[in-house]
Write a protein that binds this ligand. Structure first.
Ligand SMILES: [Zn+2]
Length: 52
Protein backbone atom coordinates (compact mmCIF):
# COMPACT_ATOMS: atom_id res chain seq x y z
CA UNK A 1 0.00 0.00 0.00
CA UNK A 2 1.11 3.55 -0.67
CA UNK A 3 1.15 6.41 1.73
CA UNK A 4 -0.05 9.65 0.21
CA UNK A 5 -0.20 13.29 1.28
CA UNK A 6 -2.53 15.60 -0.62
CA UNK A 7 -1.22 19.12 -0.95
CA UNK A 8 -3.68 22.01 -0.91
CA UNK A 9 -2.68 22.81 -4.52
CA UNK A 10 -3.69 19.36 -5.78
CA UNK A 11 -0.23 17.79 -5.79
CA UNK A 12 -0.18 14.28 -4.35
CA UNK A 13 3.03 12.95 -2.78
CA UNK A 14 3.42 9.16 -2.65
CA UNK A 15 5.77 6.85 -0.85
CA UNK A 16 6.17 3.35 0.52
CA UNK A 17 6.82 4.57 4.06
CA UNK A 18 5.87 7.53 6.23
CA UNK A 19 9.40 8.86 5.93
CA UNK A 20 9.41 8.58 2.13
CA UNK A 21 6.12 10.42 1.65
CA UNK A 22 7.13 13.12 4.14
CA UNK A 23 10.36 13.63 2.23
CA UNK A 24 8.40 13.82 -1.03
CA UNK A 25 5.96 16.46 0.23
CA UNK A 26 8.85 18.44 1.76
CA UNK A 27 10.59 18.58 -1.61
CA UNK A 28 7.36 19.70 -3.28
CA UNK A 29 6.73 22.39 -0.64
CA UNK A 30 10.34 23.58 -0.84
CA UNK A 31 9.77 24.28 -4.54
CA UNK A 32 6.15 25.52 -4.51
CA UNK A 33 5.27 26.62 -0.97
CA UNK A 34 8.44 27.64 0.89
CA UNK A 35 6.48 29.86 3.33
CA UNK A 36 4.14 26.99 4.22
CA UNK A 37 7.06 24.61 4.73
CA UNK A 38 8.38 26.86 7.50
CA UNK A 39 5.06 26.64 9.37
CA UNK A 40 4.71 22.87 9.52
CA UNK A 41 6.78 20.34 11.42
CA UNK A 42 7.19 16.62 10.94
CA UNK A 43 4.24 15.80 13.21
CA UNK A 44 1.94 18.01 11.13
CA UNK A 45 3.09 16.29 7.95
CA UNK A 46 2.65 12.88 9.56
CA UNK A 47 -0.95 13.75 10.49
CA UNK A 48 -1.71 14.46 6.82
CA UNK A 49 -0.72 10.97 5.65
CA UNK A 50 -3.42 8.79 4.17
CA UNK A 51 -2.95 5.11 3.33
CA UNK A 52 -4.24 4.10 -0.08
ZN1 LIG B 1 1.39 22.08 -3.34
Amino acid sequence: MDRIIRCECGFIARGDTDEAVIEEIREHMRDDHPALLEQVDTEDLRSWIEVE
